[in-house]
Design a binder for this molecule. Structure first.
Ligand code: GTP
Ligand code: MG
Length: 138
């Protein structure tokens, strides 16, 4: 069993979609083993997304992630990283498969409702960025 870091982004929390998105994770067999709603500063969002610092959309991405609360969560399950990315769908909602979170809820390539870690190393780093060991129970 594996863990991944998921974020329900500002466009989704502000449209009151947290429960609908969590239902998608649970239907796919992912367990929400930690979860909290926080308001990131632009600096905190920038630190989290620093791998994208050279991309043209970086500033817009950081502004967006700090524009309203996010729900950060740890999802657990068999192949949780890949399974979560499958449930999320493609980054651009126009390319996302039917039934995925981004196909159903995302508004644009930027305001695309969810984030999910992309590999075991980044999952471990991203979980540690938002959660202490004490907040993580199986
Ligand atoms: P994450 O799970 O959020 O990391 O998405 P991803 O892995 O599917 O995409 P990627 O890591 O390539 O990009 C990170 C995030 O940057 C995306 O989820 C988008 O929110 C944002 N992003 C990516 N491309 C664009 C773009 O062309 N324009 C804007 N405004 N945002 C973008
Ligand atoms: Mg990514």
């Amino acid at each position: 069993t594996e863990r991944t870091l998921s974020i329900i982004k500002p466009d989704a929390t502000s449209r009151n979609l947290t429960g609908k998105i969590n239902a998608k994770f649970e239907e796919a067999g992912l367990r929400i083993v930690a979860q909290k709603r926080i308001l990131l500063t632009k600096a905190q969002a920038g630190e989290f997304y620093k791998v994208h610092a050279e991309r043209p959309f970086y500033d817009e991405l950081c502004e967006f992630m700090a524009s309203a609360p996010v729900v950060v969560q740890v999802l657990e399950g068999e192949n949780a990283i890949a399974k979560n990315r499958e449930v999320m769908g493609a980054t651009n909602p126009a390319d996302a498969a039917e039934g995925t979170i981004r196909a159903e809820f995302a508004q644009s390539v930027g305001e695309n409702s969810v984030h999910g870690s992309d590999a075991p190393e980044t999952a471990a780093e991203e979980i540690a960025y938002y959660f202490s060991g004490l907040e993580l129970v199986g």
